[in-house]
Structure formats: structure tokens, C-alpha cells
Design a protein around this ligand. Structure first.
Ligand SMILES: [Zn+2]
Length: 220
């Protein structure tokens, strides 16, 4: 676009930072986060191997500060387009060999999916799948219709609730698959562990996990 036209458009329709709500003017590559907030996004990553039954778990960001606001906007604020930015964050920082066959997003509840119009975990998986040329399988796991949200449950109740909330719907196509489970936030890991167990029982060779952020207050 013509630079003069871009600058004129910026004055009348500036992009707004999704964290501090201040205007973002052109010349800054990121359309959603201003340079100041971007500099505060926590650089710490979370990596754990042999997190039984997961081969490994990776999260590129801590769920605090500006990242917390951004993830909230993604999960609850209808900002589905942030999936592209988050996908690039995850892909750039992913430290493991990409020797998996399929990406499987953690399914959302029917009601949440209906209200939001999208599943944040699925958007993230699709972004990663496009970058890594891996298929995304959304039918292998099923979120049961009347499952309860994990958000306000303690660690013990989360595990019990997760066991009741998901079921395996895959076919023989799961057999021998090396799978990367994808979710938005890692808290206690109950959901990822239960879903990994289901896929392993269904015949997967191994399962690992990748989430956009980890909650440092709840992660072991
Ligand atoms: Zn900002």
C-alpha cells in the first residue's frame, strides 16, 4: 500500500493494542500488541519430558501479564484471528523434533463452541498444521455434551471431571499414530493426560502435548 495512504488510514482507523487498548501506528509489525506490551510478554517457556502419559509437553509462554490478556481475548473475547499470531509464536519456539503424524486439538464443549463460534485449541492446531504440513484430526476425541468446565475446579476435581468429560471416537486410523495434542492453556494437565490416555487406548503409538501458555501458579 502507498505509504501516504497507509499513514492517512492509521490516523482515522488506527489498530488498537489488545492489551492496553492504546493505538498502534504503522511501522510496527504486530497488528495486535503495541511494542511496549510486546516487550513485557514473558519469554519463559515450559518444557517437560516424560510427563506420563505424555512423551513431552511444551508451552511457549507463561499465562501472566500481557499474555494473560491476549489469551483471554482469544478464548473469551471473540478474537479468533489471534490464532494466526499464536500459531506463529508456538511454531517459532517449538523445541522438539516434529516427528508426529497428526495434531489433535482438545475439543471444546458443544455449548461453548456454539456461543463462541470456534474452538481456540482447534484454531491453534490448524495454524500449526499449516506451518508444519501435518493433518489436524478433530473427530478422534469427543467432548461429552453435559461436561462441566474445568476452570473453577481444584486439582483433584479436575482429574475426576476430565475423565467424565471426554471420550474416544477414533477408528483404526489412530493405530500407530504419533500424536501432538494441542490446547490453549496448561494448568494442572488433567485434560491433556486424560485425552492422551484415551488416544493411547485407541491405539496411538505415543502422544505429546503443546499448549500456548502454562499457568505458573498451578503447574507442577
Ligand atoms: Zn499495549
Amino acid at each position: 500500500m502507498n505509504l501516504f495512504l497507509q499513514k492517512t488510514l492509521d490516523i482515522f482507523f488506527p489498530a488498537t493494542c489488545h492489551v492496553c487498548q492504546k493505538d498502534i501506528f504503522s511501522g510496527w509489525a504486530n497488528a495486535f500488541v503495541c511494542p511496549s506490551c510486546f516487550s513485557q510478554i514473558h519469554g519463559e517457556t515450559f518444557t517437560k519430558v516424560n510427563l506420563d502419559p505424555l512423551q513431552y509437553l511444551f508451552s511457549p509462554f507463561s499465562f501472566e501479564g500481557p499474555m494473560r490478556s491476549l489469551v483471554h481475548a482469544f478464548k473469551y473475547g471473540g478474537k479468533d484471528y489471534l490464532g494466526t499470531l499464536f500459531g506463529s509464536f508456538c511454531a517459532e519456539r517449538f523445541p522438539f523434533d516434529k516427528g508426529f503424524d497428526s495434531l489433535v486439538p482438545i475439543p471444546t464443549s458443544y455449548w461453548k463452541g456454539w456461543c463462541r463460534g470456534y474452538n481456540p485449541a482447534e484454531l491453534l492446531a490448524v495454524e500449526l498444521g499449516e506451518r508444519w504440513h501435518k493433518p489436524v484430526k478433530t473427530k478422534w476425541l469427543h467432548r461429552n455434551l453435559f461436561s462441566i468446565s474445568q476452570t473453577h475446579l481444584n486439582r483433584k476435581k479436575r482429574m475426576t471431571n476430565a475423565c467424565k468429560s471426554y471420550s474416544f471416537e477414533g477408528t483404526v486410523s489412530v493405530k500407530g499414530q504419533r500424536i501432538l495434542l494441542v490446547d490453549d492453556v496448561f494448568t494442572t494437565g488433567a485434560t491433556l493426560k486424560v485425552c492422551a490416555e484415551l488416544l493411547l487406548k485407541g491405539g496411538a503409538k505415543w502422544v505429546a502435548g503443546c499448549t500456548l501458555a502454562f499457568d505458573p501458579l498451578k503447574t507442577d
